[in-house]
Design a protein around this ligand. Structure first.
Ligand SMILES: Nc1nc2c(c(=O)[nH]1)N[C@@H](CN(C=O)c1ccc(C(=O)N[C@@H](CCC(=O)O)C(=O)O)cc1)CN2
Length: 286
């Protein structure tokens, strides 16, 4: 068996087409959605991700609001930029690009974001809303995974899902999303303390790996025909001495899985599309 590839890049492009229509409808009401980004320092990876987000904005007609601070910026300078974006009516949602330089307090920065302008959906208030089943911006990666599976007719209702990784950005909120009444999956949340990980992944119809451990999920750890989602993205140095990104799923899984969300080209583009969706939804709410 060779797994069907669930193409996140193509699906994200479809979503961007749909967003373009919604942004046009907003512009007819005199509203231009705006996404803000706060980048502290000059890390080339972070710069590239922020540039990508603003390219995405330009593609769908969302206005870009860029704030950049030097690597030695103080917490007060960061607070001032966040306060300015919280107060700016042209900014419907924004994010602080992570990681922040080590001398800054990430938790304080994230908690300073107005929860209703939290484009990443990672503010504690919004994670709390997710726990309680209230409306609010959803975390982009978990939302992107659920949306990708839905658009590719992968049934969640009644499915046994093993999520590997309990991080606050993916694993933990994903477990909450998948167990909502609208999804109704049965989730086993696995982590570094899980005994016999393979027993859990083998019992699952869908395995979602967000552990940040290259090649963690091997072919013998899944049931034939299972759907596998690779969320891992770890920078490694290859035998040629060049850096590259690798996922959490061993390439041989393709021979056993029924469907695979690959890395690259799977969850990453969907995460970016969900960021835009959170901003457009916020602008639509007024
Ligand atoms: N405030 C945030 N900071 C960070 C986030 C985030 O969601 N919010 N995530 C990462 C970086 N990131 C976005 O910021 C990001 C990482 C990877 C991708 C992506 O599309 N990856 C490609 C593969 C790698 C590549 O080609 O560069 C893929 O999966 O196809 C998008 C966004 C940390 N910081």
């Amino acid at each position: 068996m060779t797994a069907t590839i669930l193409d996140g890049k193509a699906t994200a492009a479809e979503i961007k087409d749909e967003l373009r229509v919604r942004v046009k409808a907003l512009s007819e009401r005199g509203i231009t959605p705006g996404l803000g980004t706060v980048l502290v320092g000059a890390d080339p990876g972070s710069q590239a991700y922020v540039n990508g987000k603003h390219r995405d904005c330009a593609e769908v007609g969302i206005a870009s609001i860029r704030r950049e601070l030097p690597a030695d910026a103080s917490q007060t300078q960061v607070d001032e930029v966040l306060a300015e974006l919280n107060a700016d009516p042209a900014c419907h949602g924004y994010l602080v690009q992570l990681p922040l330089p080590g001398h800054l307090d990430t938790q304080r920065a994230l908690e300073t974001i107005d929860p209703d302008k939290d484009a990443d959906g990672l503010h504690p208030v919004n994670l709390g809303r997710l726990v309680l089943g209230y409306d609010g911006p959803l975390p982009c990666t978990p939302r992107g995974i659920v949306e990708l599976l839905r658009r590719h007719d992968v049934a969640l209702r009644g499915a046994k899902v093993a999520v590997v990784g309990r991080g606050n950005t993916v694993g933990r909120p994903l477990g909450l999303l998948l167990t909502r009444r609208t999804e109704n999956a049965t989730v086993t949340l696995c982590h570094t303390g899980t005994l016999d990980l393979a027993a859990h992944t083998r019992a699952a119809d869908i395995v979602i790996v967000a552990a940040g451990v290259p090649g963690l999920l091997t072919a013998d750890m899944i049931t034939p025909g299972a759907t596998v989602v690779d969320v891992g993205i770890t920078r490694v140095i290859g035998a040629d001495g060049k850096g590259r990104y690798t996922g959490d799923v061993d390439p041989e899984v393709t021979e056993v899985a029924g469907a695979l969300v690959p890395m690259p080209g799977g969850v990453g583009p969907m995460t970016r599309a969900m960021l835009l969706t959170n901003v457009v939804e916020r602008a639509e709410r007024g």
